[in-house]
Design a protein around this ligand. Structure first.
Ligand code: PLP
Length: 392
């Protein structure tokens, strides 16, 4: 069976050029980047080249890039690091209600330490209201952390305006850019960012590698304690192969970002329009907002998202819901409920996320498989049939 992968926001395949760049660092060039002999120096030089490649993608300076184990660690490091370095007697953090758990649960951990957190609501289009942000700022606000692109909807927050508000109020500004880096241009200077998190496996590098941009001079407390690796910013023997892979992936993204984005958005629009026209009552979530070129999130009333995912998987098509499975029950996505969807519609929503290797040969069959699977599941839904009959 020819499988169709429309779940690139979950993870991406390692690009063949990335794998090629990494392979020597598992064998001939296996040295520890802290060793002073030739093996070590080869590894060190590769790590520093990767730091330059990642910095170049973000318009940062190489010394502002710290390699981490991924997006989750970068988010934790940024948030705890800023809050723990602040010396005020009371501290307050502002975030949004649609963040990834890597930010939300970190903020909840702060609350357990008696640090106040404001979770900004979002509008139907998934974007925060800038007036809400301005109103939330307090004299003791030490950090604003608002994601760049949302993992479920693809919506892009207006970071340049948030950056301006943060800079005017002299508050540190962090963004979780895990879903934007590699998909849209990200410039830490023009966005006035102090910290930015990214993750390798969302941009064709391996899982378990990521980076945190920390603007030179920012006061950020160490997150992990250990040796003096990465100038003490992140102790632990460097994952040289992973770092080399992330560097290569950043270089590839810099070269192909614009053409990939153009090509992928045409395919995404074809998929979205095709599904909306073929499937009665379907609606795209947050489609009016600026979105990453690869993401489409669609409600198919009358179906359970999990059931559709399984039905599609049996037909060889991979996509996802934003639902989280907790204690055996499927909770509707916090992102979709935050944009105002009732639980039934949140549960009926599916995310399709395209990538560098998606072609029309994936989209054409998807436009046959998905409508057929939705129709089949709706046949099994007595409430949908009754509602549809009442409407007609
Ligand atoms: N932030 C966002 C927006 C994400 O989508 C993800 C992963 O899905 C993460 C953070 C976590 O990144 P990682 O898997 O590298 O820990």
């Amino acid at each position: 069976m020819n499988r169709i992968y429309l779940d690139h926001n979950a993870t991406t395949a390692v690009d063949p050029a990335v794998l090629d760049a990494m392979l020597p660092f598992f064998s001939a060039d296996f040295g520890n980047a802290s060793s002073i002999h030739t093996f070590g120096q080869r590894a060190r030089s590769a790590v520093e080249t990767a730091r330059e490649q990642v910095a170049a993608l973000l318009n940062a300076r190489p010394q502002e890039i710290v390699f981490t184990s991924g997006g989750t660690e970068s988010d934790n490091h940024a948030i705890f690091g800023v809050v723990n370095a602040a010396t005020a007697s009371t501290k307050h953090v502002i975030t949004s209600s649609v963040e990834h758990e890597a930010v939300l649960n970190t903020c909840q951990a702060l609350e357990k330490q008696c640090i106040a957190v404001t979770y900004l609501p979002v509008k139907r289009d998934g974007l925060i209201e800038l007036a809400d942000l301005r109103n939330a700022i307090r004299p003791d606000t030490v950090l604003i952390t608002v994601m760049h692109a949302n993992n479920e909807l693809g919506t892009i927050q207006s970071l340049s305006e948030i950056g301006r508000i943060a800079a005017d109020a002299d508050i540190y500004f962090h963004t979780d850019a895990v879903q934007s880096v590699g998909k849209i241009p990200v410039d830490v200077k023009s966005l006035q960012l102090d910290l930015l998190s990214l993750s390798g496996h969302k941009l064709y590098a391996p899982k378990g590698i990521g980076a945190l941009f920390i603007k030179g001079g920012a006061r950020v407390r160490q997150f992990l304690y250990g040796g003096h690796h990465q100038r003490g910013f992140r102790p632990g023997t460097e994952n040289v192969a992973g770092i080399v892979g992330l560097g290569k992936a950043a270089e590839l993204a810099r070269i192909s970002l614009e053409s990939d984005a153009q090509r992928i958005s045409i395919l995404r629009d074809k998929l979205e329009r095709g599904l909306l026209s073929r499937i009665p009552d379907s609606r795209a979530n947050a489609a009016g907002a600026p979105r990453t070129p690869n993401t489409s999130n669609i409600i198919f009333p009358g179906i359970e998202g999990e059931a559709l995912i399984i039905a599609l998987d049996l037909k060889g098509l991979a996509c996802s819901t934003g639902a989280a499975c907790s204690s055996g029950a499927v909770e509707p996505s916090h992102v979709l409920t935050a944009i105002g969807l009732p639980a039934s519609e949140a549960r009926a929503s599916i995310r399709f996320s395209l990538g560098r290797h998606t072609t029309a040969a994936d989209i054409d069959p998807a436009l046959e498989i998905i409508p057929a699977a939705v129709a089949q599941l709706r046949q099994l839904s007595p409430t949908y049939k009754k509602e549809a009959a009442a409407r007609s």
